[in-house]
Design a protein around this ligand. Structure first.
Ligand SMILES: Nc1ncnc2c1ncn2[C@@H]1O[C@H](COP(=O)(O)OP(=O)(O)OP(=O)(O)O)[C@@H](O)[C@H]1O
Length: 205
């Protein structure tokens, strides 16, 4: 499903971030931990095809992401990869539901109601995103990331600022939803509590 080989990235051509090889099957969760500055967010951007690596390859479902030209990579990302960023970045003027529909490819927007129901935010669909609590915004961000039934779901620090109970709940939610669409789930975090919940992990140093 997802595999990377010999990935590296440099912002300035001087300091290079080298990544261990990653493999994640459909429905599997991979935790990537590391201290601040170890390159977690950069890795997430590489996996999400938002940055191109200096060297190395990323394969997702038989497609070599790293070989795609920009326009094809954009389309591939929209159709195959869902990303839950640390900050959600919704369109302020649109309702929660319209934010989901805007992210949808083709007829996938029809799934917006079902997803919001499953994530417990159906009652909030006509609200402006800014009026939602942090936890509600996070669930809306998960719904948006899932709208195109991605084969790879990426989450950046989904549990920072959450207490133990809510952290476990968000992880359960992400895992349930990833499993429902048979997506590989990659979570990057400095939250070492998650090592107790997720068995497969890689540490960046
Ligand atoms: N746009 C940029 N230009 C130059 N250097 C950058 C840029 N973004 C990140 N870096 C550097 O690359 C390294 C990895 O950064 P990255 O944000 O991936 O780490 P991180 O593990 O996600 O950190 P944190 O947990 O603090 O968010 C750091 O040394 C950072 O200073």
């Amino acid at each position: 499903m997802l595999s990377t080989r010999a990935l590296s990235y440099s912002y300035d051509g001087i300091r290079h971030l080298h990544y261990p090889d990653l493999d994640a099957a459909a429905g599997e969760t991979l935790l990537v931990t590391g201290m601040s500055g170890s390159g977690k967010s950069t890795l997430l951007h590489l996996l999400g095809s938002l940055l191109s690596p200096s060297s190395g390859t990323i394969w997702l479902n038989g497609t070599e992401l790293t070989a795609l030209k920009a326009a094809k990579a954009d389309r591939f990302r929209k159709e195959n990869i869902g990303i839950v960023f640390q900050k959600a970045h919704f369109i302020k003027a649109l309702s929660v539901k319209d934010n989901l529909r805007l992210a949808a490819h083709g007829s996938n927007g029809n799934d917006a109601n079902r997803l919001m129901q499953e994530l417990g935010i159906a009652d909030l669909k006509h609200r402006a995103p800014a009026t939602l609590s942090q936890g509600e915004q996070q669930r809306a961000a998960v719904a948006r990331a899932l709208i195109n039934r991605p084969s790879l779901l990426l989450a950046d620090e989904p549990t920072s600022n959450l207490d133990d109970h809510n952290a476990a709940q968000v992880i359960r939610l992400l895992q349930q939803q990833a499993l429902a669409v048979a997506a590989a789930l990659v979570i990057v975090t400095h939250d070492f509590r998650l090592k107790q919940i997720i068995s497969k992990s890689i540490h960046l140093s």
